[in-house]
Design a protein around this ligand. Structure first.
Ligand code: SAM
Length: 232
């Protein structure tokens, strides 16, 4: 299957296993992950945020229940919210989530904004788990016809070592542990050492935390704009 489907399936499998109740997708784009996740009955609150308001507005109606959804007797209560906002800025409504995902998002941020992202997501929102995917530049020589980055909007593409060093720093600063995995394997086992085409970090918040939070905890901040809200 295509790589974007494999990334989506990775999150779906994670949700099946970990059963988070509140899930937020950071940089939700065309809302395709949210569309898949709304059928997972453990989830009570499904939130998406993206900086691109036009994109959300183009795709958000696809999240409305189709009439047969209401007929399914087993359907649980679910609330979906979509916001316009930047993952480099905090918003109090984004605290208290069980899972935050950022699928192919961080490589669109400048290095300075990646630092803001880390502080906002791990330090401030501080969800129970975080799943982050980003291109693995070690894999790029295996991609035919590729020169430069995989996308013109990418600000960087990290090697496995670079991703690892950022992730481990985030863990020690904000009190998480991380496992490294990915999707998209090289066809020949001789290339196994390059790793996955999309590298993925799965972070879990540590129970005992002595982390620093740059932000004051009790202050209410609303920097995102609600664009769409629906209850199933
Ligand atoms: N996560 C989606 C997926 O996997 O299909 C979309 C990935 S797309 C390559 C990157 C997305 O990140 C775009 O929708 C873009 O608008 C969004 N984005 C870029 N910078 C952002 C920021 N600072 N805050 C929120 N979203 C951002």
């Amino acid at each position: 299957p295509a790589l974007h489907k494999q990334r989506r399936q990775f999150v779906v499998d994670f949700v099946r296993e970990n059963k988070p109740k509140k899930v937020v997708d950071l940089g939700c784009g065309e809302c395709s992950l949210l569309k898949k996740l709304r059928f997972h009955h453990e989830i009570e609150l499904l939130v998406g945020v993206d900086i691109n308001e036009a994109k959300i507005k183009r795709y958000m109606h696809g999240l409305a229940p189709i009439s047969t959804d209401y007929l399914q007797p087993s359907f649980d209560w679910l609330s979906i919210e979509l916001y316009k906002g930047s993952v480099t800025q905090r918003d109090s409504r984004f605290k208290g989530f069980d899972l935050a995902t950022a699928i192919e998002v961080i490589e669109h941020l400048t290095p300075a904004d990646v630092e803001h992202f880390s502080a906002v997501v791990f330090g401030y929102m501080s969800p129970g788990a975080v799943v982050i995917s980003t291109p693995n530049s070690d894999f790029n020589p295996l991609l035919p016809g590729l020169s430069g980055f995989r996308d013109r909007d990418h600000k960087f593409e990290w090697s496995k070592a670079e991703f690892r060093s950022w992730a481990l720093r985030v863990c020690s600063e904000y009190g998480y542990e991380v496992e490294f995995t990915g999707v998209g394997k090289a066809l020949h086992s001789q290339h196994d050492s390059v790793g996955f085409c999309s590298q993925i970090g799965v972070f879990h918040r540590l129970r005992v935390r002595d982390h620093h939070n740059t932000f004051s905890d009790d202050e209410e901040v609303f920097s995102y704009t609600l664009l769409y809200h629906i209850n199933y």
